[in-house]
Ligand binder design. Sequence first.
Ligand SMILES: NC(=O)NCCC(=O)O
Ligand SMILES: [Zn+2]
Length: 495
Amino acid sequence: ENILIKGGTVVNADRAFKADVVVKGGLIEAVGPGLKAPKGAKVVDATGKYVMPGGIDPHTHLEFPFMGQVSNETFLSGERAALAGGTTFHIDFALQWEGSLKKGLAEWKRKAQRAISDYGFHMAINKWTSETAAEMAEMVREGINSFKFFMAYKGALMVSDELFLDGLLACKKLGALPMVHGENGDAIALAQKLTIEKGITGPEGHSISRPSYLEGEATGRAVKLARLLNVPLYVVHVMSKDAIEAIEEGHRAGQRLWGEAVAGAISLTDEPCWDPDFKIAAAHVISPPLRSREHQTAVKAALAGGSLQLIGTDHCGWNTTQKAVGRHDFRILPNGIHGIEERLHTAWEDLVNAGLITPPDFVRLTSAEAAKIFNLYPQKGVIAAGSDADIIVLDPSVTHKISVATHHSSLDMNVFEGKTVHGKVTTTISRGRLAWDGKDILLEPGSGRYVRMEPFAPHVYGGLDEQEKRWIGERFPYGPAPVKRVGDKPPRDEL
Ligand SMILES: NC(=O)NCCC(=O)O
Ligand SMILES: [Zn+2]
């Protein structure tokens, strides 16, 4: 498909400028003023609109097997929702399967057979076997450059500090990025038991038993363990002031450290978890939990100020019947909320329209930074000649209300129900294909593509070797050489 996008304002992470964009053969062919339409090209009129790189969602769980069920949102329905909301690439979390990473990857490739957009995988590790380090290397050869470790979910996905440390070292050797879910799983398991014993069994018990300081504690621990080994670290779904402070402390210590906010934490609070209607309360259960307005304000300030660097969703879509399993015990209520379709619209409303960030900041937070971290830049995350033609057109003058009645997700609830947003994605182009025309999704099931992500992303690992060669003392306790003391005999090989 050849496409000319005419008359818009192109927004990249560094600047916004008036330009046309020509798309040919799945790539952006040219960006500049007064471009001519190639033969047979569709013309998209972007006058008065923003032309931006498609959204990259670094955190999704489609068809996620978790807490005894499989989340309802599939690759097909989830990507339809994503494209309608302007997200053209997402990274889904494959899980180690029966102890094997290879089996996990095969299982997630099977799930993605009906995909329609570009996607990639992270791999989560929860067991360390004699095969794990070798399998991690094999995953990197397969195009996975990030591994996730859960400090929460005791008895299921939770890892010990020992496993996490092994994982950090293995990641560093491979040039892969470790990711961490920071919540203290042991303490939460006990707090859950005590909450149930008090007679609190509903969704509010989920929030009560997961206080923000347990998120802060685990995030701080993860940050310090990464500091000990000098390994870059990515903290997923930061929900609290406490976790932000732990990340800021790591930044002050000079660590390579990224913090991800999720759409829900920017636009929602935990108040609905106390709603008398179980359906509404249950729909808002996610881990770490949504929090009070004070924490929401801190998350937005951290995105505006630079302590958090990107926005994902943690999209994990459960239907009300699936959530209903936890009606009398929040410990078995499937955790997770959605956002893959809403993320760009809600972030535009609550960050750009609210005057907290500029349109280029928006592109950095929703697309460019993720592309850099996961080593896809400038293939993705920028409107430039030679880049993948993953493009959105956003009309800032269109107002709409988010609703289950109009969303494209397969879910029967919407946690953003009734929210009015100013600005709408009217066109989405996925790898040069017109994917969304403001009314319909135009792509065929199975036309999606797995995208490899190579290790040693310059944005993450660039210069680390040189840094370590030069470090002495506290920040690099293993070198550069032991102190030679008076009276010590030289080692044998020096005699
Ligand atoms: N976040 C959540 O509640 N569900 C998905 C699993 C995870 O990311 O922790
Ligand atoms: Zn997640």
